[in-house]
Design a protein around this ligand. Structure first.
Ligand code: ZN
Length: 173
């Protein structure tokens, strides 16, 4: 009998301790304080390094829908190119080629024409920071790269004859 009572009391004590513990945990003050305190440093650091997604559309009228894209130095950039037209890539191929500073656009575009085998990306790609593949109507491509040092960079479509119409600025802050 006694043993039963003791274990029953023990159970009740244990149960009430559990209740107390869970009550403490349920207190709104503790609930909000604890996760925020632990999450805050992670959040602020991930804010600095958080990636950015940039979407660019290209069409059958030989145009990009943006003339300026932006990112922060060192930021992970996800660039999505969508060809919203219907023409095949042999006739209306598009890519996005982000060039280093100081690259002569006309000279690069000329070199690109000769690089048909590599989809108009010249083999000596020191000039290129990043590029998508060449796509036709209805296709899309996605690349990820790290934004370079702050400054202004050019981006173009390197398909023959397109860069005059299809170019813009990549602004890194
Ligand atoms: Zn193009």
């Amino acid at each position: 009998m006694k043993k039963v009572r003791i274990s029953a009391m023990m159970f009740m004590l244990t149960a009430s301790m559990f209740t107390l513990t869970s009550c403490g945990g349920d207190k709104p003050a503790e609930e909000t304080t604890t996760p925020t305190e632990t999450a805050a440093p992670a959040e602020s650091s991930s804010e600095e390094t958080a990636g950015v997604t940039i979407e660019i559309e290209a069409n059958d009228q030989m145009k990009f829908n943006v003339s300026e894209i932006k990112a922060k130095a060192g930021q992970e950039v996800t660039l999505v190119l969508k060809h919203v037209g219907t023409m095949p890539k042999t006739a209306m191929g598009h890519n996005v080629v982000i060039l280093n500073q100081g690259v002569d656009l006309a000279a690069f575009a000329k070199a690109a024409i000769a690089a048909k085998d590599t989809e108009y990306i010249p083999a000596d790609s020191k000039d290129v920071i990043a590029h998508t593949k060449l796509i036709g109507g209805g296709e899309s491509d996605q690349i990820t790269f790290t934004a370079p040092a702050a400054g202004e960079y050019d981006f173009i479509c390197s398909f023959p004859g397109h860069y005059a119409m299809m170019k813009g600025k990549f602004i890194v802050e």
